[in-house]
Design a protein around this ligand. Structure first.
Ligand code: SAM
Ligand code: SF4
Ligand code: SF4
Length: 339
């Protein structure tokens, strides 16, 4: 909902979506996100006192909603690890102006949580799955977890009414690019929407190199050769996935070209880290502390003015200026600020 307060940044992009990271922890160690060598047994995750509690997060969500945010996405780390998550969803669902609450998860805990989350007001889930081959997937997720628990999670979400489920696959050359067709085949005609994501240089620990990126146009070519694709209209302006429909009516796929066909010009997303910092770009090194002012007793109007000021000054367009050299710039880890 656009309000009188809805801020517009220096590139005329309004604030519309908020991604809330509820934890920096995860039960997996995907090599492209939280490599086990870096996020090992001695890694210092945020202590509980550093993390915003649900009341605090919901209060900030309310502040963002008053500025025109209508879509929320809960993420992390692995959001389903945070205790009593359905209680938080219920709080968010009650905020005036919030029209859509989605969640991104690795799916493993969905069999237990899908139903209570749906009952609390969650609308949709996106589940990450990078391969249908247990060995490839187990290596990629750094914990040897097989495909079955994730598929069980997807089914649980559907049964709870959280469909159509979107499935995110991060494609890396020489790692899981052989799985493009098997994944497409498996999800075709299933009612689930498979989205291929280009491997991104988020954070500084995942060993990103341009030659590991499989460009979306290559994914498109491989699939189109086997099952012809037709262009589909975006669902809304600023949708990150470019939609393609199977010409034979077996559903659709999405291509997220964060590296080769950037979408900064339409980027209406803000991110709130578990520690309560506002990030205006996935590739930013630092965020603006909202927890300090919140805990110091600032009013909603004061917090709103703070967020508004940050958004109005926003200039981010990292993906447009990315090159081999920018990959080494300081950046917050994705598991920390929320994917
Ligand atoms: N743990 C949840 C999950 O895996 O879905 C939520 C957080 S995760 C950081 C959010 C999304 O970011 C996932 O779909 C994941 O595959 C994607 N992601 C993580 N690192 C990435 C990278 N380097 N390039 C592209 N996508 C990445
Ligand atoms: Fe965990 Fe998600 Fe990152 Fe994988 S992508 S390590 S599941 S936060
Ligand atoms: Fe938005 Fe930053 Fe990604 Fe560009 S690089 S689309 S500004 S998050």
């Amino acid at each position: 909902m656009v309000t009188d307060h809805t801020p517009v940044d220096t590139r005329k992009r309004r604030l519309r979506d908020l991604r809330i990271s509820v934890t920096d922890r995860c039960n997996l160690r995907c090599t492209y996100c939280m490599p086990a060598e870096v996020f090992g047994p001695d890694y210092k995750f945020l202590p509980r006192s550093e993390i915003l509690d649900y009341e605090e997060l919901a209060r900030l969500a309310r502040v963002f909603a008053a500025l025109g945010v209508s879509k929320l996405r809960i993420t992390g780390g692995e959001p389903l690890l945070r205790r009593d998550l359905p209680d938080f969803i219920a709080m968010l669902a009650g905020i005036p102006g919030i029209e859509d609450i989605a969640l991104t998860t690795n799916g493993i805990l969905l069999p237990k949580l899908a139903k209570p989350l749906a009952q609390a007001g969650l609308n949709r889930v996106t589940v990450s799955l990078d391969s249908l081959d247990d060995e490839t997937f187990g290596k990629l997720n750094g914990r040897g977890v097989g495909v079955k628990p994730v598929l069980a999670g997807i089914e649980a979400a559907e049964q709870a009414g959280l469909g159509p489920v979107k499935v995110n696959m991060v494609v890396q050359r020489g790692v899981n690019d052989q799985d493009i067709l098997p994944m497409a085949e498996f999800f075709r005609g299933s009612g689930r929407i498979l989205r291929f994501i280009e491997f991104m240089d988020v954070g500084t620990t995942n060993g990103w190199r341009m030659d590991k990126v499989v460009p979306s146009r290559e994914v498109w070519r491989v699939i189109n050769q086997r099952w012809p694709l037709e262009s589909a209209e975006p669902n809304y302006q600023g949708e990150v996935a470019r939609r393609w429909r199977y010409a034979d009516g077996q559903g659709e796929i999405g291509l997220i070209s964060s590296v080769t066909n950037t979408f900064c010009g339409d980027c209406t997303r803000a991110r709130l880290s578990a520690r309560g910092e506002l990030y205006t770009c996935l590739f930013a090194a630092t965020g603006t502390d909202l927890r300090g002012p919140l805990r110091a007793g600032k009013t909603d109007a004061e917090l709103r003015a703070l967020v508004e000021g940050v958004w109005k000054a926003r200039e981010d367009r990292y993906s447009e200026i990315r090159n081999e050299n920018t990959a080494g710039l300081p950046k917050a880890e994705m598991s920390y600020l929320g994917g």
